[in-house]
Design a protein around this ligand. Sequence first.
Ligand code: ATP
Ligand code: MG
Length: 486
Amino acid sequence: MTQINIKNLTFGYDGSSYKLFDNITMTLDSDWKLALAGRNGRGKTTFLRLLRGELPYEGTITGVPSASLFPNDGDTLAPDWRVRKELNLMQADPDIMYRPFDTLSGGERTKLMLARLFSEDGIYPMIDEPTNHLDRVGREAVAKYLASKDGFILISHDRNFLDLCTDHTLMITKTGFELTSTVFSTWWENNETRMESERAKNDQLKKEMSAIDEAMKKNARWSSKAESYKNRGKAPGKVAEDHFRRAYEAEKARKLMSAAKNLERRNERKLEEKQSLLKDLERSEKLKITGTEHHSKTPIIFKDLTLMRGSNVVISGFDLEACRGEKISFQGPNGCGKSTLLKFILGQGVEEGVDFFGDIYFAQGLKISYVSQETSWLSGTLLDIAMLRGADKTQFSTILIKMGFDPEMLKRDASTLSLGQKKCVMIALSLCEQADLYIWDEPLNYIDIYMRKEIERLVRDSDITLLFVEHDKAFCEAVADREIVL
Ligand SMILES: Nc1ncnc2c1ncn2[C@@H]1O[C@H](COP(=O)(O)OP(=O)(O)OP(=O)(O)O)[C@@H](O)[C@H]1O
Ligand SMILES: [Mg+2]
């Protein structure tokens, strides 16, 4: 058991006006299977970099074992048999380790990188979002594999996955870190209960404060009456009577004043209490998407379609009739040709290196908006990117700010964004486009749970036509009218 001691850690990126971490003190244990979670841009990846000493910070971090990071370039000093053994444990084909890395599918790469990470002895694995390219079966196999290991940090937005393979949860909330010795879902449920009771307390305080407010107003009215009586000019012949009356009013004014002070103090206390509530409540603002009203009722029809890459058959005997307003989910294991099919549709029958046989029909003048699986093409500032894509700058900025971006980020280079923020940028671009057909290839990779839920609501409530590939089961079930298994 090794303790990682973090004392008064403070960190903010150069040129950024806010601190990501402010005076954090905590102790972690490197034997834990530790889940590190939190919304996009909260600093999860940055936290790993700080633990590894890659960035300068204030405070101290001690006791971090020699660590190894995922994703990596796949190199290891461990003998081949060790890597083979780990691959076997992950139910992956051990021969993938002899193939050139860039010919492997996303899922295969993930498994190989993990196998290499765990074949070295005495290192502390830090795993940053391994699930994105894994299909459902792959996710389960990798979760089981990790559950059999001890001592690692794992970042993921997939709560199912985290529950299967971790025993402690470190959550980066709006106000700092929360550490629990439970799985993620338990943290989540406890947090929901806490927010629920804070909400109820908040409502009650609001009521009490408005009652105090009412009392204060009444008090003010009486005070000003008493005051005006006190200051009234003397009526001749009424001096004695006035003397008593004024003394009485003065006493009354004094009492009212003290009551007012009392009320004010009570109000301040309530306000203080109220301000301490709901600080960690995560909000997500409503997004909008507006497709066009294309005249064609069936934008795409394929009959007995075969797609070939060179002499390899990628897809064969494929039929599709997509109707306007339909949301169609394409499912299938890693490498079954989902992305190829989406790109073929995007090119309306033309995709580099792909030949086809069969009947294809695309409605005339079909305008398509595309979210690619890859984010690596994003470069330049966000405003430059918007301009290049022909997106309305104001609309684009508004969407990003609703997604939680800081206005200063719009002028920053896209390469400095977190992984989830990059994916948000791509979705925002698509939301700016009025299209007949939307094609989204794994739109939710790297996206946090709150944003996932908002995108789910957005798609469900809209009448756009959407073809998509996504491994998030809950999302597919909530939005897809139809699932096509390839
Ligand atoms: N080089 C940089 N310069 C300025 N800001 C940066 C830089 N790198 C990251 N940031 C910002 O710091 C914040 C934290 O980034 P980080 O990558 O740690 O987030 P994350 O929690 O890993 O998010 P995600 O879930 O999207 O991966 C983000 O707002 C990001 O835009
Ligand atoms: Mg990250």
